[in-house]
Design a protein around this ligand. Structure first.
Ligand SMILES: NC(=O)c1ccc[n+]([C@@H]2O[C@H](COP(=O)([O-])OP(=O)(O)OC[C@H]3O[C@@H](n4cnc5c(N)ncnc54)[C@H](OP(=O)(O)O)[C@@H]3O)[C@@H](O)[C@H]2O)c1
Length: 333
């Protein structure tokens, strides 16, 4: 079946932006459903992208959003719980059930579901990973034959606007002195958001991906300590990184988990008890060459990258101001 219109749920976040750019560029019509569309008006500038407001936990509202689509992409996920409405179980499992039920009821056949590497309903080391695993299983099995699912299980994802390198960059800049790092020896294989977006597009276009669960990793594995040292170097900072012992890492999680914004929680600590690596990298099966961090991260983290971004922003502001004054100039009236 040819897929023309895709409904994205959770499409306003970091990965959603990368995927919307990819699918828009490839000529798909995308409907992005959000609780707060006014916060993401930039997405409406992409050709073929429509931004709508709906509570996806309301079954009728969800059905209305997806019924004229050929495929649904589910990117909704949270790293930390926040009360009953933002619990892992509600967001990672109950919502998947509602999406699959709505697809079955409306006859939308194709689901691309975002999970995470190490997600497993029983063996996940944290509640985040267990609920992600359970949701992934439901995405594959709940619809019976009526919903054809592919899931993607990435390691940490990087790119402009990510919450990994950018988060460490902010912390490195704001903390004076040596940098205390929890779980320093946990290993990650960061994957570029553009490669994740390409994997989703392949999922829409290649029927052999139906039923598959793809672990997605970048080309290299690094310890967290190596990634934080790399971040500091890219920022042009000479920073000493002090790896915390397991006991101190746990203590740090207990303390930071109570701060506003919960920068590092005990559940995050538990997730990091497992290396975030792929046994088999699904990018290879999908024919995608993974992009190394060195070719992207300096573009948005380094002082030169920052300067280039500021310059581009100024240029586009100047262009908009020019267009505005031309439109209101007497010659144009
Ligand atoms: N980023 C990574 O390194 C990484 C790694 C592995 C897996 N993943 C998975 O990839 C997916 C996307 O990650 P991301 O980094 O793009 O996350 P993000 O930037 O935080 O975006 C999360 C999205 O989920 C939506 N959302 C959250 N809670 C919701 C709720 N209660 N109801 C409706 N929508 C809700 C948000 O929509 P609103 O506009 O309505 O707020 C937003 O569009 C997640 O499933 C995540 O678990 C991410």
């Amino acid at each position: 079946m040819k897929i023309n219109r895709v409904c994205m749920i959770g499409g306003t976040g970091f990965v959603g932006h990368a995927l919307a750019r990819q699918l828009s560029g490839a000529g798909y019509a995308c409907r992005i459903v959000s609780r707060h569309p006014h916060r993401h008006r930039d997405l409406k500038l992409l050709p073929g992208v429509e931004l709508t407001e709906a509570d996806v936990f309301n079954p009728q509202a969800l059905r209305r959003q997806i019924e004229d689509c050929d495929a649904v992409v589910n990117l909704v996920g949270i790293l930390n719980e926040a009360g009953e409405t933002q619990s892992f179980r509600r967001v990672h499992v109950a919502l998947v059930d509602s999406i699959v039920d709505a697809m079955r009821d409306t006859g939308v056949p194709r689901l691309l579901h975002m999970s995470a590497v190490n997600a497993h309903a029983d063996k996940g080391s944290s509640e985040y990973l267990r609920t992600k695993g359970e949701g992934e299983d439901h995405a594959h099995h709940r619809g019976g034959g009526a919903v054809q699912t592919t899931s993607f299980r990435p390691s940490v994802i990087f790119g402009p606007g990510d919450s990994f390198f950018n988060r460490f960059a902010t912390l490195l800049r704001s903390l004076p002195g040596p940098f205390p790092l929890a779980c320093p020896e946990t290993r990650f294989a960061p994957i570029y958001a553009g490669d994740v977006a390409l994997a989703f597009q392949k999922g829409l276009e290649d029927p052999t991906t139906i039923g598959q669960r793809y672990d997605l990793c970048g080309p290299e594995a690094y310890t967290l300590r190596e990634l934080v040292v790399y971040t500091a170097r890219t920022l042009g900072m000479d920073k000493t990184v002090i790896g915390l012992s397991d006991r101190s890492s746990r203590l740090q999680a207990r303390i930071l988990g109570h701060l506003p914004g919960r920068p590092f929680t005990y559940d995050n600590y538990l997730s990091m008890q497992t290396d975030s690596l792929c046994r088999t990298n699904g990018l290879q099966a999908l024919g995608i060459t993974p992009t190394p961090i060195e070719s992207i991260v300096p573009l948005y983290l380094s002082p030169e990258g920052d300067q280039r971004r500021r310059y581009r922003r100024l240029r586009s502001l100047a262009a908009r101001a020019d267009a505005g004054s031309a439109a209101s100039s007497p010659a144009r009236r």
